[in-house]
Design a protein around this ligand. Sequence first.
Ligand SMILES: *Cc1c(COP(=O)(O)O)cnc(C)c1O
Length: 410
Amino acid sequence: MSETSVNAEATAASLSIRAEVLDAEDALGKLRERFTLPDGLVYLDGNSLGALPAGVPGRVADVVSREWGELLIRSWDESGWWTAPERIGDRIAPLVGAAPGQIVVGDSTSVNVFKALVGAARLVEASAGAGRDELVVDATTFPTDGYIAASAARMTGLKVVAVEPGEVPSVLGPRTAAVLLNHADYLSGRLHDLPGLTAAVHAAGALAVWDLCHTAGALPVELDANGVDLAVGCTYKYLNGGPGSPAYLYVARRHQEAFDSPLPGWTSHAEPFAMTPDYVPAQGAVRGRVGTPDILSMLALEASLEVWEGVSIEAVRAKSLALTDFFLECVEAYVPAGRVECVTPRAHAERGSQIALRGGNAAGVMRELVARGVVGDFRHPDVLRFGFTPLYVGFADAERAARTLGHIYG
Ligand SMILES: *Cc1c(COP(=O)(O)O)cnc(C)c1O
């Protein structure tokens, strides 16, 4: 055996022993039992579709066969279907640092970005916003946010100013109406400074709208403490709500009275069953509703949120950072130098819960990883994404993923 392969084996042995020790010491390790994951699979794609919480299939079966099949129309009242959007919003609230009554669940993130941006433009216009005609958006954003922002701007007479998030403070001024930012970038995994940027937006007299798709359920968000104005997020990534599970809209309590939804559907009416021709908006978070809620996926989401019972988001964050640190250490040890480049910041304060590596033949490499039981994903043109959901990913998973990547690039 050559000296290099002896060294490589020693490295692998020491990293896998370290992983074992870290897993044994991990207070969140047993939470994996709350999920149904195939044996032997390393699942690092929870930043795209979270794993299946074990309680969901039984709950969905009950909703379908009993609540729908037997109780039928009565379930809107008796099974709590009608109030599910605001009830589940309150269940998500503590995970994003929001007091009750400010979050409503429903529709997709795309639709909620639209409600939030047009709503923000109208709030600004209603509060002496003369001369504020710019909507600042993240130029590197997940495409849907940018597309919707462009349309919302056209409808409200605003001009889109697209800049890198780091440059936001330099474009803020008396013309800024609102700013749409991502808490963490979907591609690089970079975490943006929500407290600092929100304060800068407010100092300029504008409103801050945050997209939490890549942070809710992965790290503390603290919407209320930071005075965020409006926020949206999806529930099928780190919140494990299931494919296409409904998104949510946060409207800070101080804005609710004036919040003028661009989609004032009948379920956001103060008295929906009065069936009046005049629209009178409901008070509170309910004002963000639109039409009949999608009960099956909404109640699957509600059941999935039970995995958070007794779990602190601070502990989740601590484990996420330890996992991504350890994964990077393993990648450095296993992957030959120069084959991949980490595009996720090393600094904890700038890191979300994923690691993005740029590498040659990334699409083919990810296909090979998946074939070997390590699931991450590929993003055009050359990025390998590895999402770390601390509720069900362990240190041995991180070690095996990096070792497998090393074999493929070796
Ligand atoms: C995942 C994600 C979305 C998804 O939007 P949908 O309407 O649910 O398809 C939107 N924005 C960001 C930033 C995302 O990460």
